[in-house]
Ligand binder design. Structure first.
Ligand code: SF4
Ligand code: SF4
Length: 79
């Protein structure tokens, strides 16, 4: 099972809470402004993400989601 970590950069207000709580230091504040005039968070080291969901839980604007991306290929098909 794979996971996908998504930050909605135009919802993010750049508060930095997710950056502070990430145990793997995956996130940083971007140097590019978003459509609301904030500097949003982005995955600077996405390869280090362990999908713990702490950032999603902490974000006051619900700008971060983690989705399952890959179904188990060995799962038998229903007859
Ligand atoms: S899911 Fe966990 S490891 Fe990944 S960016 Fe969020 S807080 Fe960091
Ligand atoms: S906690 Fe949410 S609003 Fe704050 S910087 Fe992170 S993604 Fe943006």
């Amino acid at each position: 099972m794979g996971y996908e970590h998504i930050i909605d950069k135009d919802t993010c207000k750049g508060c930095g809470l997710c950056v502070a709580v990430c145990p793997k230091k995956v996130l940083e504040i971007s140097e590019e402004v978003n459509t609301m005039g904030y500097f949003p968070a982005h995955q600077a080291r996405s390869e280090d993400c362990v999908f713990c969901t702490t950032c999603c839980i902490m974000c006051p604007d619900v700008a971060i989601t983690i989705n399952k991306t890959v179904e188990d290929a060995t799962e038998p098909e229903l007859q």
